[in-house]
Write a protein that binds this ligand. Structure first.
Ligand code: PGA
Length: 251
């Protein structure tokens, strides 16, 4: 089975200006243990990308965006494309975050185009999937994940599957303090890996699948120790460099 390097990514959402991003990266680097086996990423607002890339240059910290349009260019006012992000030095992009699904009309069908478009520009897609509280209570978690995973990945070439990152982020756990138990997270992520295997066979073993939703330094270790969980996508707790570094150490 391929070795999957643990990945801890911070999702800043709509927090931090460019200058705040620079200071954060400096502070984070002084906190991080350079011998850490985990890869560290920061998913930052568009306006902070250039500053974050500059501050992280020459280090192992990877900078990613939080969304992109599926087209390379075109009459889409207010949108940003994968080549634009890649030229700025972004190495990845969050796609399908539940907040974008909820507030910005993100659809599985658009994601089916966005994931290959990101890969085509050399960006690592971090595809977010996860069920709502109502879906979990109605026993629809597995079917919801099936639709999300199979639709978003339907046009990915099998040669590129190892470059995918998926984040399982149950909506009920995001920003609520209500972290999933390690068992619930492991069960869902094991299911997601099986769904990826339905599409790509053994290639699914190379895909890193993260957990996201109210991860804190106290909970990160046990979650990341689960056999199918390859790291965490961290929202609120990624805004403070000391707290975020503590999560990287715990994982
Ligand atoms: P949270 O957010 O850690 O604040 O719950 C996670 C996310 O939205 O990626």
């Amino acid at each position: 089975m391929p070795e999957r390097r643990p990945y801890i990514a911070g999702n800043w959402k709509m927090y931090k200006t460019a200058s705040q991003a620079s200071s954060f990266v400096g502070a984070l680097l002084s906190e991080l243990d350079q011998s850490s086996s985990a890869e560290v990423g920061l998913c930052v607002p568009f306006t902070a990308l250039a500053a974050a890339v500059e501050a992280a240059r020459g280090t192992d910290v990877r900078i990613a965006a939080q969304n992109m349009h599926q087209a390379t260019e075109g009459p889409y006012t207010g949108e940003v494309s994968a080549p634009m992000l890649a030229e700025l030095g972004a190495e990845g992009v969050v796609l399908g975050h539940s907040e974008r699904r909820q507030y910005n009309c993100e659809t599985d069908e658009a994601l089916a185009e966005k994931v290959p478009a990101a890969l085509a520009s050399g960006l690592e897609p971090i595809l977010c999937v996860g069920e709502s509280e109502a879906e979990r209570h109605a026993n629809q978690t597995e079917s919801r994940l099936r639709t999300q995973v199979h639709t978003a990945l339907c046009a990915v070439e099998s040669a590129r599957v190892a470059e995918l990152v998926i984040a399982y982020e149950p909506v009920w756990a995001i920003g609520t303090g209500n972290v999933a138990t390690p068992d619930i997270a492991q069960e869902a992520i094991c299911h997601i890996r099986a769904l990826v295997a339905e599409l790509f066979g053994a290639g699914a073993d190379a895909v890193r699948i993260l957990y996201g939703g109210s991860v804190k330094p106290e909970t990160a270790g046990e979650i990341c120790a689960q056999p199918d969980i390859d790291g965490a996508l961290v929202g609120g707790a990624s805004l403070d460099p000391e707290v975020f570094a503590a999560i990287v150490r715990a994982a």
